[in-house]
Design a protein around this ligand. Structure first.
Ligand SMILES: [Zn+2]
Length: 555
């Protein structure tokens, strides 16, 4: 009995193996033109027709097919294009090959175009979603493929992608994972190490204020902390890439953004950036998408649950950094309080999930950020309310229940599912909360004891940052430009057209701005708090701490 079952299983497995189809990609970055040449061969089995496509749009790229040129198909009987998809007729079980060249409109990475596939003079970086043709699974097209990737590279270049490091790599992956992967080649530093059975590789362009081994050590710590929290037993081999974007920032300042992808994380950083808490926050966020966003995926249109996917990811990223003691109270509160302030200052505070979804990329700083902020606020609030209602694990009871469903098989996150499971796990109070804040987009209050016993909330008067003149144009021309009437800068004496001979600028409303202004022969010192509107919001501090002294207003 046991033997025949084994035999049947073996036969089933080998039949399944024969059915596997092979995709072979050859990528040739072109540092002379800025583009990349792609060759894609699809060895099909059994069918006489296949469907393939590129993403219609991705992140801040509005038209991915427009990037592809010189499109040639060999070995097919007929090819018909339908938008971002191609329908290929071929002999049964044939192999066919597609060649095309990707031609991005830019040669260098800047902050508005981080998602573009670009070959600079020293490296290529692109995400599959932004330039790779992949099979459209479904019908008799399989979900997974044996995928081979070969790089044709200039001398001295190395390469890595989300599922393999080196010039020639292969893996069994789904077509969607080929898309949700990062592809990087160039004059790279590549470091790999293993800890607690988890393998992590860092592949980066070496232009930052830190070395790869430090980044690798940080990655291991965050991964270990999150795996422990999530009870994760089978974390995959993980790849982290980092590329420089834009110009170096003054005073070693950091600017960073990133994309959480298939078994990987793509980081964008200003050159010379340090590995600071902003990068740790970003990495912890993107890593947590391994569970919240990928293992637990959203039903389409996924924008409707961005508040959960992005906001809960921010919440757990911060909480696990703090609970694991990677971060002390000070860093945890700095970021939590900042997110709370940004939530109340966001003009999109009352917008529905539908509007946020529609405008997520168009108004990234307001509608886009609201998804993160609303989810984080709700997580803090519901964790407190659930514990008050007698649920010892608080919000985790709901979150881990959703993850559990995703682990058990086909389950997609929807607002309906969250509402139902929330009421089951956290209590009947949850449904009304959900309707009021998630559906109704009402402004969210946090109880002062939301983070008891460690922290206590207090209402504080918070000023919005407002420099009072145009920073960029003024620094460029070394002249005060765009001085706003009635602003703190104007009240401190700054006038349009003042010659600037010295300055100390920053983004903190509670620190003074200092300017040296030349008028005629005289240099005059002007200093002021760069404050605009103010509002009262809750801010958390260690329980027992005295009220933080607010810096005195100079006026
Ligand atoms: Zn995210």
């Amino acid at each position: 009995m046991a033997r025949s079952a084994t035999l049947a299983l073996l036969i089933a497995l080998s039949a399944w193996h024969v059915a596997a189809e092979t995709l072979t990609y050859t990528l040739e970055p072109l540092p002379k033109t800025g583009g990349i040449r792609v060759e894609f061969t699809w060895a099909t089995s059994g069918r006489g027709g296949s469907l393939m496509g590129v993403s219609p749009r991705w992140g801040n790229i509005t038209d991915v097919p427009a990037l592809l040129g010189d499109f040639v198909v060999q070995g097919a009987k007929a090819v018909r294009r339908d938008g971002a998809r191609w329908i290929v007729e071929h002999d049964r079980g044939a192999s066919f090959t597609v060649r095309y060249e990707v031609r991005p409109p830019r040669r260098t990475f800047d902050w508005s175009d981080t998602h573009l596939p670009i070959t600079t003079h020293s490296f290529f970086h692109g995400m599959g979603n932004a330039f790779l043709l992949v099979p459209e699974s479904g019908g008799d097209v399989p979900r997974e493929f044996d995928v081979i990737l070969r790089w044709k590279l200039p001398a001295g270049w190395r390469s890595a992608c989300s599922w393999g490091v080196g010039r020639s790599v292969g893996a069994r992956v789904a077509a969607t994972d080929v898309r949700h992967s990062v592809y990087l080649a160039g004059e790279l530093v590549i470091e790999k190490s293993e800890q607690d059975g988890r393998s992590v590789t860092v592949a980066m362009v070496d232009q930052f204020g830190f070395r790869a081994p430090r980044f690798l050590a940080l990655a291991h710590r965050v991964i270990a902390a999150q795996c422990e929290f999530m009870g994760e037993k089978s974390f995959p081999e993980f790849v982290i890439t980092a590329i420089p974007v834009g110009a170096p920032l003054p005073d070693g300042n950091t600017r960073a953004s990133g994309s959480g992808l298939y078994h990987s994380f793509a980081l964008y950083l200003a050159p010379r950036s340090q590995l600071n808490d902003a990068v740790e926050h970003l990495f912890a966020h993107e890593l947590f998408h391994y569970w919240n966003g990928r293992l637990l995926g959203a039903a389409k249109p996924e924008e409707l649950v961005y508040w959960w996917i992005e906001g809960f990811t921010d919440y757990y990223a911060l909480r696990i950094l703090h609970d694991s003691r990677m971060w002390g109270d000070e860093l945890f509160l700095k970021w939590l309080n900042r997110h709370i302030r940004d939530y109340y200052a966001n003009p999109a505070i009352g917008e529905s999930n539908e509007v946020i979804g529609r405008d997520f990329w168009k108004r990234r700083d307001t509608a886009g950020e609201m998804a993160y902020q609303r989810g984080l606020m709700l997580a803090v609030r519901w964790h407190a309310l659930a514990r008050r209602a007698g649920v010892a694990d608080g919000l985790d009871a709901l979150f881990l229940a959703m993850i559990q469903r995703a682990r058990q098989g086909a389950f997609e996150l929807t607002n309906d599912a969250i509402r139902t499971v929330g009421a089951e796990r956290l209590g009947r109070w949850f449904a009304a909360e959900f309707d009021q804040y998630v559906i109704g987009a009402a402004t969210i209050d946090l109880p002062e004891d939301a983070l008891t016993p460690a922290f206590r909330g207090r209402i504080a008067r918070i000023h919005e940052f407002d420099l009072g003149f145009d920073r960029e144009r003024s620094l460029k021309s070394k002249t005060a430009v765009g001085v706003v009437k009635g602003s703190a800068a104007a009240r401190a004496g700054l006038r349009e057209g003042d010659k600037l001979v010295g300055w100390k600028l920053h983004g903190d409303p509670d620190q003074k701005i200092a300017l040296d202004v030349l008028r005629g022969e005289n240099t005059r010192k002007i200093s002021y708090f760069p404050r605009g509107e103010s509002r009262s919001v809750i801010q958390f501090a260690p329980a027992g701490a005295k009220d933080a002294a607010q810096p005195a207003d100079p006026e």
